[in-house]
Structures are given as C-alpha cells and as structure tokens.
Design a protein around this ligand. Sequence first.
Ligand SMILES: N[C@@H](CCC(=O)N[C@@H](CS)C(=O)NCC(=O)O)C(=O)O
Length: 310
Amino acid sequence: MLHVSLRGDIPETFQILPQVSVDTYQTHYKSASPHKYEHVNSLSSYSSAKSATHNTLNILIAMTAQLELYVLTWGIYPRRVLLYLAEKGLLSSPVIKITPVTITNTGMVAPGKPQGSVPILRLPDGTFIKQSIAIIEFFEDVCDDPDPAQDWQIELAKSTNSGITMRGNTPAQRAKTREVLGLVDEASSQFCFAAHKGTALFVSLEETNALAAKLALEYCRKTLRLVEENYATELSRSIDGGHTSIADCVLNSLLQFSEGVYGVDLLPGPELPLLRRLRGMLQTRSFTELEKSQCPEEIKNLASQWLVIG
Ligand SMILES: N[C@@H](CCC(=O)N[C@@H](CS)C(=O)NCC(=O)O)C(=O)O
C-alpha cells in the first residue's frame, strides 16, 4: 500500500532509511516482521519531528517494502543483483528489503528465506524467484512496463536513476545483450567450477582436482575472449555511452569475485583491451553500500590458495 505524508526539514535520525548501507539493513529491520516494514515509522513520529523543525513541507512517500531480496553480499550470484540494483539506482529503494543471509552448516539461512541458493527474491504474493538472472530480468520488466494497478511497481519504476532500460532499445539490441549475458554467465560457471575444484576452500567439502581447475579456468578465459572478439559494438556502447547493461553487471560481479575472493585477475596483461576498458569504467562507479560488504578474511585466505598440480 502506498502512504503519502507531509514532512518538514526533519532531523537526520528520522530521515528515510534508504541511505543506510546493505550491512545495516539487518540491524535496522531485525525487529520488523520478516514480510513487512515501513520506512517512516508513524504519523505521530512525523508530527513530533515536524514540530521540532521548520515549516517547509515536502512530500514523502512511505512505501511498505513489497519485495524481499535474500543475499550473501559478496557472493558472485547475489552480487550480480546488488550491482544491478546499484546501477539502476534501486539499491536503497523502500520497495525492496535486502536481507543478508548467515552461512550455517545447513545452508544459507535468514528469517523467511526458503531453502536453497541465493539470491532469492520474494514477491508480494509470497512466491519466489530463485535465480539471479531471472531476478534482474524481473526488475527490468517491472521498470520498463510497470502495472498501473500495482503502486509498488509504479514507485519502483519512478525511483530508477534514469528510467533507461539496461537491456537495449530494440529487439536486435536486446538479443545482443542476451548473447553477452549468456557468455558471461557461462564464464562465471566455469570460474566457479575452477574455484571449487582447485582451491583450499573446498578441500574438506568436496573432491578437488587441480588439473580440472586449471582446465576450467582456461575455458573461462576462452569464453571471455569470445565476448571481446564478437561484441565490440555492445562493449563500446557501455564504455563510451556510459550506460551499463545487465550483462555488464554480471561481468562486473565475476571480475570482482574472482579477484576479491580468489585472487585471480581474469583480465591480466594487454589482452582483451575492450573488457579491460569496460572494467575500468565500472570501477569508477563507487557504490559505498557495496564496498562495505566484502568477503571475510578467513574465507579469502583459503580461497586464494590454489592447489598445485601434483
Ligand atoms: N544459478 C544460481 C546460482 C546461485 C548460487 O550458487 N549461489 C551461491 C552463493 S553465490 C549459493 O547460494 N551457494 C550455496 C548453496 O547452493 O546452498 C543463480 O544464478 O542465482
């Protein structure tokens, strides 16, 4: 439901919560119902804030979160969605509650989260979307063509930073974006397989094999070469036009994850100049909320120990 209220210049402690970081979401909302919270606590809080401040009145939209996104903030797949939301200007949207999960022996847990991998997005009707790319496409669909009968969809579409689609403007452009997306998704799977088979992090959890890891890493690099060699137009549009696509977000997550967690630079040396320029462009975008959510050191220490072929 959409509430509209009026407010004056309100103290910082009462500012709407979208300014908080992903990390602090958990703290802010841990006492809230897992399904529902409000960014503006109540009209009585509003009244006291108003009387304590000036008379300038602004319109404030207090939107109950309709969507809940479960994430492991530094994980490659949930980070795709977080990077996408940041690019889209939706990371702090009051429509979306972002809930970090805890890693336990029985999996990734959080109140209200069904079993399974993250990211998971809960929709207003209680159903779930459980795959990162499907979640990103869902947000694009809503923002491109919000249902006028659903206030939260209108609100979400309005609060994007540009309103510009991140998939392309024509069927042909969208097809190209999907081609790049498919390849980068493939490269991500190949990198994750290499990481599982070839690092100390997984030695006690599954069968490892340093040679298999080396070969999978070669496949991953080969897939990225295909992107460089076949999609110059798409990469240049992102680099020079400054408009990132959903494929760029998925690539950015792979590059951040491989380097930040496993210590592997997938774009070393002068090869793949377009992808390196794209990475350079993406690195200039600073999303402070996301910078705080790095991988714990103890995980990084094991992840960066690659097994030697013996
Ligand atoms: N294909 C899935 C993969 C999701 C995935 O594997 N997520 C990892 C975290 S980055 C995870 O939750 N692993 C633990 C598990 O599978 O229980 C997607 O694109 O969302």
